[in-house]
Design a protein around this ligand. Structure first.
Ligand code: 5RP
Length: 212
């Protein structure tokens, strides 16, 4: 059921792709369906800006040019999945450890279309442990700062992000003020990116092939 909805969402996002555009592409199993569908349109787009080495490899394998965000400028469309999504289209992301590049592309894009299956819909964010990318030297400091804020940090041992950093997953937070928490966590030295997408939430959420 969940895999079927992921496929539906990935394919439904194609309707937002405009001729001649450069598409921001996220990371994950739902996005993989989007990339597969995008390959059918590859002659009608300029290319893609990718959020991870994983998506880059997939895009290139299907012959979709991968472009540098510094060269493209702002994008019209970003398509990505999420680990949780609330009713205000605020998200937890980073289950695949690609949160920093995902956040950069989301910020650089006019429209963020988030593609999920219905298991990702929540009333309150936080059941899914919140990923935070940190510079390795700041792991312990970051962990202590998280504990001060009532969270339980768990180092995602063995995972190195595409940027050479580490990920802390924070358990036990019921996130009633996502924008406030995102801003607060961003102030901790050594935090590269927080997997809360609240300040820049999604614009459109597709749950399977339905607009939320
Ligand atoms: C990667 C992400 C993904 O979008 C998120 O983990 C959802 O993945 P999937 O589509 O495989 O369920 O944020 O960093």
């Amino acid at each position: 059921m969940s895999a079927n909805e992921k496929r539906q969402a990935g394919e439904a996002a194609i309707r937002y792709v405009e001729d001649g555009a450069i598409i921001g592409v996220g990371t994950g199993s739902t996005v993989a369906f989007f990339i597969d569908a995008l390959a059918d349109l590859k002659d009608r787009i300029q290319g893609a800006v990718s959020s991870s080495e994983q998506s880059t490899a997939h895009l290139k394998r299907l012959g979709i040019p991968v472009l540098d965000l510094n060269a493209t400028g702002a994008l019209t469309l970003y398509v990505d999945g999420a680990d949780e999504c609330d009713t205000h289209k605020r998200l937890i992301k980073g289950g695949g450890a690609a949160l920093t590049r995902e956040k950069i592309i989301a910020e650089a894009s006019q429209k963020f279309v988030c593609i999920i299956d219905s298991t990702k819909q929540v009333k309150l964010l936080g059941k899914f442990p919140l990923p935070i990318e940190v510079i390795p030297m700041a792991r312990s400091l970051g962990g202590r700062e998280i504990v001060k804020r009532g969270g339980q940090p768990v180092w995602r041992d063995g995972v190195v992000t595409d940027n050479g950093n580490w990920v802390i997953d924070v358990h036990g937070w019921q996130i009633t003020d996502p924008v406030g928490l995102e801003s607060d966590l961003n102030q901790i030295p050594g935090v590269v990116a927080v997997g809360l997408f609240a300040r820049r939430a999604a614009d459109v959420v597709l749950v399977g092939d339905k607009v939320m």
